[in-house]
Design a binder for this molecule. Sequence first.
Ligand SMILES: Nc1ncnc2c1ncn2[C@@H]1O[C@H](COP(=O)(O)OP(=O)(O)O)[C@@H](O)[C@H]1O
Ligand SMILES: [Mg+2]
Length: 262
Amino acid sequence: MKPEDSAPVERPLVELRDISLAFGEKEILKNVSLVAGRRERIVLLGQSGGGKSTILRLILGILPPTGGTVKFNGADVTRMRRRRLNKMRQKIGMVYQYSALISSLSVRDNLALPLEELTDKTRAEIDELVQMKLEMVGMADARDKMPSELSGGMRKRIGLARGIMMDPELILYDEPSAGLDPVISAVIDELIIELSEKIGATSIIVTHELESAFKIATRVAMLYKGEIIAEGTPEEIRSSEDPVVAQFISGSTQGPILETSK
Ligand SMILES: Nc1ncnc2c1ncn2[C@@H]1O[C@H](COP(=O)(O)OP(=O)(O)O)[C@@H](O)[C@H]1O
Ligand SMILES: [Mg+2]
């Protein structure tokens, strides 16, 4: 028996196994397998329209796969009824490309919303949690502001704070630094790393921005034509000799990616 056989194995938080997904005739995902362990930060890289957001929807159980299994903490997401799905979703924080704040609500009320709807915490307890999360994203003074009074980068921070209000085990980020200038984007990248370490959450980050990807990731997976064609540490992906991976990373117009696209 090898020593690892007897060591306690931590169950992965998210497991996608042999996922296929088609919308009508259109095959979006083929045999996609992706496993996220506790505290990992997995960056899913891929072309626009490649199925990255779709993978996040599969994990949330918003969309059933055509084939394969999706598990969260060992439980089959595709078999969950509404009640269990909702319970699972409470453990998942979502951060969207556009912060998706409700414009008619103050920062405080935006952040309080999930706690008011899903917990029986008192107003004072909620206020305290709101303040704590605002401090974690460096926005302690923004409590009474309206979203329209904030810059894009500030709104993004509030979006991050909202994503962690329920102390999630998993945070899903969909293009978190899209549309931000490079400096603010770098600040957000650092915040993503910091939050994942502070709250011990697993993160899955979808992006097509390479610089962010390599900075944030503990592991990178690359989606191309519906398949995960490469997976590894940032260093492994960066030095990959696979022509598609190499082309994607160099941003070159020469290579298999353009040749094969329609
Ligand atoms: N509900 C849907 N019905 C039909 N096609 C869809 C649906 N959702 C996504 N698609 C298609 O699936 C492909 C992948 O979409 P998406 O996951 O949003 O890509 P990405 O996030 O990588 O840019 C796109 O071609 C998109 O048009
Ligand atoms: Mg998308």
